[in-house]
Design a protein around this ligand. Structure first.
Ligand SMILES: C[S@@+](CC[C@H](N)C(=O)[O-])C[C@H]1O[C@@H](n2cnc3c(N)ncnc32)[C@H](O)[C@@H]1O
Length: 198
């Protein structure tokens, strides 16, 4: 996931223009930590990147100004009013109480800080071609829904943030179009294969 999504995540962060030397950043649901390691580089010298996940066992990175913390974003804010940037990618759709999680992410922002959420919205699969592929995705969405995974959360983020009083809210959507053998196809093949084994 980090190979597929880090470049897009970096592009959005650059556009926000808040990650500078001396800044403090927070990534929640950091997975293998690759993105927080990049943030740590970008806030050097003088800044700090904090990376939080329920499970730190996949972390592959270390840096002097990268602090790794085990934690659950539903349990409370990581630190109130402390971060210039708070970000989470591909996390909230797995969280049963996304409302509380988002409230806690917002509470960790400094006044004037920026929040960047990157989450899926599988709307495009409803028009995928050919029909066999569309049927696969329909089955996938039903399977996920039964397990509490919300692949339609993307469309809800802007109104949720407006409801929490954030200003200057913006959003964009990107749809990957790919063939068999591509990195995205390999990602899905590996995901389905692993789930089949479980
Ligand atoms: C699909 S992975 C995405 C990892 C990484 N953000 C990426 O995009 O490569 C979701 C991550 O969120 C973490 N996570 C799920 N629920 C969480 C929670 N309530 N608090 C903190 N982390 C959570 C999981 O442990 C997992 O590492």
């Amino acid at each position: 996931m980090s190979e597929l999504l880090d470049p897009m995540h970096r592009r959005h962060i650059e556009a926000l223009n808040v990650v500078k030397p001396g800044a403090r950043t927070l990534e929640v649901g950091c997975g293998n930590g690759s993105f927080s390691a990049w943030l740590a580089e970008r806030v050097s010298p003088g800044g700090e990147a904090v990376a939080v996940d329920l499970d730190l066992s996949l972390i592959e990175v270390r840096a002097p100004n990268l602090e790794l913390r085990q934690g659950d974003i539903v349990a409370g804010p990581v630190e109130r009013g402390s971060f210039d940037l708070v970000t989470a990618r591909a996390v909230l759709h797995h969280v049963a109480d996304a409302k509380t999680a988002i409230k806690n992410l917002v509470a960790s922002l400094r006044p004037g800080g920026a929040l960047l959420l990157i989450e899926p919205d599988f709307l495009p699969v409803s028009v995928a071609e050919p029909p066999d592929v569309r049927a696969f995705w329909q089955g996938w969405l039903e399977w996920a829904r039964e397990r509490g995974v919300d692949y339609q959360i993307g469309r809800t983020l802007a109104p949720r943030l407006a409801g929490l009083g954030l200003i200057e809210i913006g959003g964009s959507a990107e749809t990957a179009i790919y063939n068999g053998g591509s990195p995205w196809a390999n990602y899905w093949t590996q995901t389905i294969t692993e789930l089949r084994v479980i």
